[in-house]
Structure formats: structure tokens, C-alpha cells
Design a protein around this ligand. Structure first.
Ligand code: ADP
Ligand code: MG
Length: 247
């Protein structure tokens, strides 16, 4: 990340409830252009809700979310455009099962951005090549391993030319031997300067790629620091307790 890079994602006083559950509590967070932010925390702490709020898969009760200087619109065309700025990769691969890999990657650009088929396919093949699955382009998702499917999901998100990529536990549904091929693709993306928010418990990835680690518990950001500081000298008891369980 460049020094003094501008803010790309800003959350200001964000609150979200599910009934009585206060799942995001006064969350303030700024992610700068080119920054790689790793979000960790116990299950149920609100990490997925945070990601989903950033691309409006969840509404928020109050506060503000600003992407590249523009407040998140509530609905309509503006929301579709803004969502295209925010690429998302989930734990489950979410590929369209009845479409080829190539169609999965070209569908968004063709439908949302109006890219001609030939151009969309050319770019899709380049993206699939980048994540190492170009030779799977004409297969159906079910014919691919989990690690390959997840890399297709990354290529599909990149095809929309997002300004920021959100990853919500992208490797936690994978067999162990496939975790690294997905993390390697993410590290490469980080090195290319992509702005990334990554929810993961993969500490190797955090140490290698993160500019900053944010620790969440009970809907709050409890502490944040560069990975070295956070992993070697966590301040809060919650973070110490959490790290003692996963490291
Ligand atoms: P994390 O990703 O950190 O595990 P989540 O953001 O998924 O946490 O969930 C935070 C809390 O909100 C959990 O207690 C979860 O059960 C609850 N929750 C998440 N989504 C919903 C929903 N759609 N309706 C009700 N409760 C929800
Ligand atoms: Mg989650």
C-alpha cells in the first residue's frame, strides 16, 4: 500500500441489529486504496455481517458506508453499479452449477457492464489463467475440485473490475490440501495492489499479505494492529484468548 493512499471503504458509526442481537456496534473502519485488511474473531462476532453490509447484501440500521467517496445507495441502478465495485468471494463457491466455468466468469460483465461476448471471453480466459485454472474453462463447476472452483469464483469477481475485493472465509470449506492454491492466488492479488478485506483464520496469509489485522468480538472492533504486533503482542484479553485457541 502506498503511503497516504486515499480511503476506499469507510464505515462510520455502523450499527446493525437482528432482533435483539446487536450484531454490529458502532463500527468505524477505514480501508485505504491498496490496503489488505484481515478480519479475525470468534464465530458469531459479526464478520460476515460486516462484509455483507459493505456490499449491501445486508442493510444497516444507522451509520454510513462510503465506497470510493460515494455513500452506498439503497437500491436500484446505482446500487448495482456500486456492487460491481465490490467483488465478493464466499466460503461456499456459489458458482452457477448449470453454466460452464467460462460462462460463470463472463455472465456479470456481459449482463451488468454490457461487454460484448468475445471481449468478455478473452478477458475471462486471461483471468482464469491468472488464477491457474484456464484449462478448466469449458468444464462445469462440479467437474472441478473445491480449490479450483474457489479460484474460478475469484476470477468471476475480478471480471467485474472491482475496486475492492471482500473474501469471507474463502478457504474454510476446502480440503486442507487445496487451501494453499487459493491463498496463493489471493497473495498474488494483494501483491498486485488490490484493495482487499479478508475474513480468515489463516494466520500464514495474514502474516504474509496483511497490512493490518482487525480483531472483532461481539460486533465490535476490539483491537487492530499490523500483523506482527497483533500476533506477537495482542493487547486485549479477548484477542489473547482467541489467539491461544487458534495458534
Ligand atoms: P461471523 O461471520 O463472525 O461468524 P455473523 O456475522 O455471521 O458472524 O453473525 C453474527 C451474529 O448474527 C450471529 O450470532 C448470527 O447468528 C447472527 N445472524 C447472522 N445473520 C443473521 C440473520 N440473517 N438473522 C438473524 N441473525 C443473524
Ligand atoms: Mg462468518
Amino acid at each position: 500500500m502506498e503511503k497516504d493512499a486515499p480511503a476506499l471503504v469507510e464505515l462510520k458509526g455502523v450499527n446493525k441489529h437482528f432482533g435483539d442481537l446487536h450484531v454490529l456496534q458502532d463500527v468505524d473502519l477505514t480501508v485505504r486504496k491498496g490496503e489488505v485488511l484481515v478480519v479475525i474473531g470468534p464465530s458469531g462476532s459479526g464478520k460476515s455481517t460486516l462484509c455483507r453490509a459493505i456490499n449491501r447484501l445486508e442493510t444497516i440500521d444507522d451509520g454510513e458506508i462510503v465506497i470510493d467517496g460515494k455513500p452506498l445507495p439503497a437500491e436500484g441502478r446505482a446500487l448495482a453499479r456500486l456492487r460491481a465495485d465490490v467483488g465478493m468471494v464466499f466460503q461456499s463457491f456459489n458458482l452457477f452449477a448449470h453454466k460452464t466455468v467460462l460462462d460463470n466468469v463472463t455472465l456479470g460483465p456481459r449482463k451488468v457492464r454490457g461487454v460484448p461476448k468475445k471481449d468478455a471471453e478473452e478477458e475471462a480466459l486471461a483471468l482464469l489463467d491468472r488464477v491457474g485454472v484456464k484449462n478448466q474453462a469449458h468444464k462445469m463447476p462440479a467437474q472441478l475440485s473445491g480449490g479450483q472452483q474457489q479460484r474460478v469464483a475469484i476470477a468471476r469477481a475480478l471480471a467485474m473490475h472491482p475496486k475492492v475485493m471482500l473474501f469471507d472465509e474463502p478457504t474454510s470449506a476446502l480440503d486442507p490440501e487445496m487451501v494453499n492454491e487459493v491463498l496463493d492466488a489471493m497473495v498474488a492479488l494483494a501483491k498486485e495492489g488490490m484493495t482487499m478485506i479478508v475474513v480468515t483464520h489463516e494466520m500464514g496469509f495474514a502474516r504474509k499479505a496483511a497490512d493490518r489485522v482487525v480483531f472483532m468480538a461481539d460486533g465490535q472492533i476490539v483491537e487492530q494492529a499490523d500483523p506482527d504486533t497483533f500476533f506477537t503482542a495482542p493487547k486485549s484479553d479477548r484477542a489473547k484468548d482467541f489467539l491461544s485457541k487458534i495458534l
